[in-house]
Ligand binder design. Structure first.
Ligand code: UD1
Length: 340
């Protein structure tokens, strides 16, 4: 069965391509290489023994999207990762974010609508909950006004899919709300490749550990948490990738209850920034150079998932611990630096 993975050479996309191929799916990747490398194809091949079909183009070019679906008229499902995800950049360039994250989504849904029967998986984010009033966060928690254009693209993206599903009963969709994906494939063949200075905590930690950055800034230690630093739900990217396969299989087997569903993807366990640092120090045997600085504007105090729905309905559960994930992130960092 042929599955389109947009953004399939990116961090989460590439790990999902591996899991799809491991399950016997035929994968077609579309990626414009704006935030990924062509070498990822070799990484995927060395893990699975097979290179996915690859088409390099920009999904913002609508005629190319149309031509793609004409050429691959046997696509049974789409997992749509291709999007921009830097919160700060989205504030500077909102239209770029709306075009890339929402324009492209519309083009793909238009093609799926033409097909009739189709399965669609969307990369959403726990950012839609903002600072939720209660922890852990269930799927029933209210969606709060977005803090950034990036966050808004996830909220509006979900609404676009929901509205489209309402009037197209042959379209079956699942939005997956990711908590904080980290780590790398245990083979050391694929992982996160941030361009420039990493904005996210874990790549910044591993780059500091390897000596590429001098010091990690911990954004605030005066939050109302046990150690004063913010709490997040860090999930191993391989666990996250497997959830995509489970979601797709649910749709392909028509096991979904409604034609638009939403799932949280996290571990259910919250970890503070200092706990992540301690985990890094444990698995690497290195002391991390860090200092406490002011809070980062827009940060929420805590967010961790209620995983009951994903566990019970999707039949999926995150297996890796924070230490497992940090170890894989560190191994990957060492491999990347030794080869560059
Ligand atoms: C951020 C976005 C989120 C987005 C996700 C995508 C914000 C507020 N949220 O999530 O919408 O979906 O990225 O990747 O920007 N930290 C430090 N020092 C650093 C980096 C981070 O202390 O150098 C702390 C942060 O304050 C936070 C935690 O580490 O408490 C995690 O930060 P990060 O990796 O940026 O993820 P989120 O903020 O959860």
């Amino acid at each position: 069965m042929k599955i389109l993975v947009t953004g399939g050479l990116g961090f989460i996309g590439s790990h999902t391509v591996v899991e799809l191929q491991n399950e016997g799916f035929e994968v077609v990747v579309v990626d414009n290489l704006s935030n990924s490398s062509i070498d990822v194809l070799d990484g995927i091949k060395s893990i699975t023994g097979k290179k996915p079909i690859f088409e390099e183009f920009d999904l913002r070019e609508k005629p190319k999207v149309q031509a793609f679906f004409q050429k691959h008229d046997d696509i049974a499902g789409v997992i749509h990762f291709a999007a921009s995800k830097a919160v700060g950049e989205s504030v500077e360039k909102p239209l770029q974010y709306y075009e890339n994250n929402l324009g492209v989504l519309v083009y793909i849904l238009q093609e799926l609508k033409k097909k009739g029967e189709a399965s669609f998986i969307f990369s959403s984010s726990c950012t839609v909950y903002g600072q939720a009033d209660t922890m852990p966060i269930t799927e029933a928690a209210p969606v709060k006004p977005a803090e950034s254009p990036y966050g808004n693209t996830k909220q509006v993206g979900e609404e676009i899919i929901r509205d489209t599903c309402k009037v197209n009963q042959d379209l079956n969709a699942i939005a997956l709300r990711y908590f904080n994906p980290i780590g790398a494939h245990p083979s050391g063949k694929i992982g996160e490749l941030p361009i420039g200075v990493p904005q996210n905590l874990v790549p910044f930690i591993t780059q500091t550990g390897i000596g590429l950055r001098e010091q990690l800034s911990v954004f605030g230690d005066d939050y109302p948490t046990d150690d004063g630093t913010c709490i997040r739900d860090y999930i191993h990217v391989v666990d996250l990738a497997k959830a995509h396969v489970a979601a797709l299989q649910r749709l392909l087997a028509s096991k979904n209850e409604t034609n638009y569903e939403v799932f949280n993807l996290g571990t259910g366990k919250g970890s503070s920034v200092l706990e992540v640092i301690q985990s890094f120090e444990r698995v690497s045997g290195k002391k991390l150079n860090y200092k406490i600085v002011d809070r980062r504007p827009g940060d929420i105090v805590q967010a961790y998932a209620d995983t009951k729905k994903a566990n019970e309905v999707l039949g999926w559960k995150a297996k890796s611990s924070l230490d497992d994930a940090m170890k894989s992130a560190w191994e990957w960092e060492k491999i990347v630096r030794s080869s560059s």
